[in-house]
Design a protein around this ligand. Structure first.
Ligand SMILES: [Cu+2]
Length: 126
């Protein structure tokens, strides 16, 4: 009895932990947008009004200046989050993570003004 209990505890712990470890690499939140060296890893993301896009610039990413715009230009758009709605853009360095809330339904193209072609379309539903 005493021996079996001793064996049981670590076994249970391992069984509890296994799905958590698998879950780590398997799926990302649907509101996550990851950055590479010169591109977003996603081309589009859909959220509901009031929710945030989770921007991640991992260690393997780079320096980015992102904003709502077109090409390599920031173009303010009514309803876009204030952080992304300015001519300077918002700086991301490797290791940075930010949640940016979109309050107004619409379609917003988020670009990086350093890297041509680096863009992700954010669709905000009501
Ligand atoms: Cu960039």
């Amino acid at each position: 009895m005493r021996i079996s209990k001793r064996l049981l505890a670590p076994t249970c712990f391992a069984l509890l932990l296994a799905p958590l470890l698998v879950g780590c690499g398997a799926s990302k939140p649907s509101n996550e947008v990851d950055m590479g060296v010169a591109a977003f890893q996603q081309t589009s993301v859909t959220i509901k009004a009031g929710q945030a896009v989770h921007f991640v610039d991992p260690a393997s990413g780079g320096t980015h200046l992102i904003c709502v715009g077109q090409g390599v230009r920031c173009i303010p758009q009514t309803g876009a989050p204030a952080e992304l709605n300015n001519p300077q853009g918002m700086t991301f360095n490797t290791g940075d993570t930010r949640d940016i809330v979109f309050s107004t339904p619409g379609t917003y193209t988020v670009v990086c003004i350093i890297h041509p072609g680096m863009q992700v379309v954010v669709t905000v539903t009501a």
